[in-house]
Design a protein around this ligand. Structure first.
Ligand SMILES: NC(=O)c1ccc[n+]([C@@H]2O[C@H](COP(=O)([O-])OP(=O)(O)OC[C@H]3O[C@@H](n4cnc5c(N)ncnc54)[C@H](O)[C@@H]3O)[C@@H](O)[C@H]2O)c1
Length: 250
């Protein structure tokens, strides 16, 4: 596949694991200089090394997407190390906590979901946009979810955060279109990653025979909210991508 992205610089959040790691790998295959950013610094450093880190042009950076200071520091460092940011993939985000239903979600869980998803996307976009607008070039892809489209019940913080990302993405896309900047979001259904592995691999109860992941709505994580993994992610990444060697930095 040639996406004509050779030599571009991309920040990919959540690149230590799952979707983020798969996207980072695919972009590296395309010759993109990838800045993987994750709250799991050791994990993202190791993942980027596998893609050609060290002296290569894929590097890992520590980032808590909820922190504006972290974002500013990240963009400064990436611009110094790899060059101006052309692409931002906002993929990082927390799983629903063990207690995350309508009546038991507390303020901490609500705040964690909104900050970890919606505010992280907002702060990331706001940090890279001035440079992209000045250069009149940019691609932004925000991770959304099937849960933003009314397909599940009983994970209000998680759903509301993705509903916000959907609306924010549409608003931003209109605002920056005149600057030749594309903003999109993607809403995958259930995919087995370290986040979902616990409940997706557990046997479905007999009464839940309609739990077909492809339909999105019926593969309902809320049937076993504690099955969502909130533990530090492992290196395993189920989305299938080929491993690549990242081109060396020029
Ligand atoms: N797996 C699915 O079925 C599915 C479906 C739709 C949407 N999503 C969303 O896709 C995104 C990626 O999920 P995944 O399945 O790859 O999970 P994952 O757990 O494999 O990866 C999530 C990554 O985000 C990082 N992260 C979490 N909070 C962070 C923070 N505050 N700052 C920086 N990094 C942080 C984690 O360390 C981890 O590396 C999440 O937002 C998730 O909600 C997942």
């Amino acid at each position: 596949m040639d996406l004509s992205l050779e030599g571009k610089v991309a920040i990919v959040t959540g690149a230590a694991s799952g979707f983020g790691r798969a996207v980072a790998t695919t972009l590296a295959t395309e010759g993109v200089r990838v800045a993987g950013a994750d709250i799991n610094e050791a994990g993202v450093t190791s993942a980027m090394k596998e893609l050609g880190g060290g002296a290569g042009s894929c590097r890992g950076y520590a980032l808590d997407v909820a922190s504006r200071d972290n974002w500013q520091e990240l963009v400064r460092s990436v611009e110094e190390d790899l060059g101006p940011v052309d692409i931002l993939c906002n993929i990082a985000g927390p799983a629903p906590g063990p207690v995350s239903g309508h009546l038991d979600t507390d303020d901490d869980e609500w705040h964690r979901q909104i900050e970890g998803h919606l505010s992280g996307v907002f702060r990331g976009c706001q940090t890279v946009l001035p440079g992209m607008m000045e250069r009149r070039y940019g691609k932004i892809v925000n991770m959304c979810s099937f849960t933003a489209h009314g397909t599940v019940a009983n994970i209000p913080g998680y759903d509301a955060a993705f509903g916000g990302i959907l609306a924010y993405t549409k608003d931003l896309a209109r605002y920056v279109a005149p600057y030749n900047i594309n903003v999109n979001c993607v809403s995958p259904g259930n995919v087995e990653t370290p986040m979902t592995q616990g409940w997706m691999s557990s046997p479905a109860p007999a009464s839940a025979s309609s739990r077909t992941p492809s339909s999105g709505a019926s593969a309902n994580p809320t049937t076993s909210p504690t099955g969502w993994s909130s533990s530090p992610p492992t290196a395993r990444s189920t989305p299938s991508v080929s491993r690549s060697t990242c081109p060396a930095a020029s």
